[in-house]
Write a protein of this length. Structure first.
Length: 423
């Protein structure tokens, strides 16, 4: 080991093996600064190995020889135990010191307490007050000094400060005890509270500098502003409640409408959906279509587009005959689905008209273009498997049905009924 910096056993007349003699350990062991310490010599060998042209295996052998002593292992064990003990009780120290300071203040009295802290403990008055406030706030909460529930000193001092409101303490102390990490959130809350207090103090100082008349006017303006804000908040709450009621009413009406459609059309519902998708919901659920329907009800329908194309109910299909015959046959099966003007039983629907309109007086609806090339009505209808019948009572299923129809809507079309123009 000749030429190695640090310990040189051959030049000093010592055994080459560190196990053949007593190991010397200095009082500042593990810092690598003592020239006569075996442990420091090993640390210097490790640190300087990168700057020396010495084989690493020789360095490792020398360090292992120094550190293999039982006495050295025992010293390392005791040091590690003290480190763990210090870490375990470091965050309990503030609670114990605060309680002892409270007891000392009760014995000494208020007049000589600060002088005693500076002389005996080297504590400034601010440090002593901080520890005592922490013990007063957290002492009743922490019945035991278990390391698992004692919070960190930084959180303790922040929540124990006199500038923190009791509301903030009541909010964050249980969360801290539960082990939550609230450092950033707590700092934001404390800063917001202090800024609010500062604004109030500045306003009060400005108000105090004014004359009594100006102070009275300022108070009246602030009261009027508070009343306006209260009324605005109440109005917003009322609007939210009305909007919620309107949404519930629309959902109920939507479910009832779907249930009525299911009851009236039954197995023909897929056919209705397919025809509406083919024609475009914007053309079916429109103001013009609504006028035509009301004209049917009143028995006085007129042509919206006179002379434009053929008449729908006069078209004839190979499988169902004319549309007029097909509709009349369906009305015989489901009379509740007929327009009221086509039902002969006047008492069943009430006095809507002076004279009931018979089935042979059904008004004709015009169509812009004929159904060219269609031999069967079923050519326009999908198979039943394409539109499986499901109960449509829940909100989710209603929205699913609506989205399916919207996917076939032409650009510019609308499922909703447009508002009527003003008379």
């Amino acid at each position: 080991m000749r030429g190695y910096p640090g310990r040189n056993f051959e030049e000093r007349g010592l055994p080459n093996s560190a196990c053949e003699r007593t190991v010397t350990i200095c009082s500042i062991a593990r810092r690598g600064r003592c020239p006569n310490c075996d442990l420091c010599s090993g640390m210097r060998l490790r640190r300087r190995s990168s700057r020396m042209n010495v084989p690493s295996d020789e360095i490792s052998a020398a360090v292992a020889a120094v550190e293999s002593s039982p006495e050295l292992r025992d010293l390392a064990r005791r040091i590690n135990e003290r480190e763990l003990l210090a870490k375990k009780h470091a965050h309990v120290q503030w609670l114990e010191n605060g309680r002892d300071l409270l007891n000392a203040k009760a014995v000494i009295g208020h007049g000589n307490f600060e002088e005693w802290c500076e002389r005996e403990l080297n504590y400034t008055p601010r440090t002593a007050q901080k520890l005592m406030r922490a013990a007063e706030v957290w002492g009743p909460i922490l019945k035991t000094e278990s390391s698992s529930v004692i919070p960190k000193p930084t959180i303790v001092y922040a929540l124990s400060a006199p500038s923190v409101s009791q509301e903030i303490r009541d909010t964050y102390v249980p969360r801290v005890i539960a082990g939550e990490e609230v450092g950033t959130e707590l700092r934001i809350a404390i800063k917001g509270y202090r800024d609010a207090v500062k604004k109030v103090q500045e306003r009060e100082s400005r108000l105090a500098a004014k004359s009594p008349e100006a102070q009275k006017a300022q108070v009246q303006r602030e009261q009027a502003k508070a009343r306006r804000e209260t009324r605005a908040a109440e109005q917003r709450q009322t609007e939210r409640e009305q909007h919620q009621i309107e949404q519930e009413r629309q959902a109920t009406a939507r479910s009832a409408a779907l249930a009525l459609i299911m009851a009236c059309f039954g197995d023909d519902l897929p056919s209705l959906v397919a025809l509406i998708a083919e024609a475009g919901p914007g053309s079916v659920f429109s103001y013009i279509a609504e006028r035509e329907w009301h004209a049917l009800v009143q028995g006085e329908a007129t042509s919206v587009q006179e002379g434009a194309g053929t008449v729908v109910d006069e078209l004839k299909f190979a499988d169902v005959g004319t549309v007029k015959t097909f509709v009349a046959r369906k009305h015989e099966t489901h009379p509740w689905s007929m327009p009221p003007s086509t039902i002969d039983d006047k008492e069943a629907i009430g006095p809507l008209h002076d004279e009931p309109v018979s089935n042979d007086k059904l008004p004709s609806l015009p169509r812009a273009t004929p159904l060219a090339g269609a031999e069967k009505l079923s050519d326009f209808l999908p198979t039943k498997s394409a539109f499986p019948i499901r109960p449509l009572g829940s909100r989710a299923e209603c929205m699913h049905s609506r989205s399916r129809v919207q996917s076939n809507t032409k650009p510019g079309g609308s499922l909703g009924r447009p508002a009527r123009p003003s008379a």
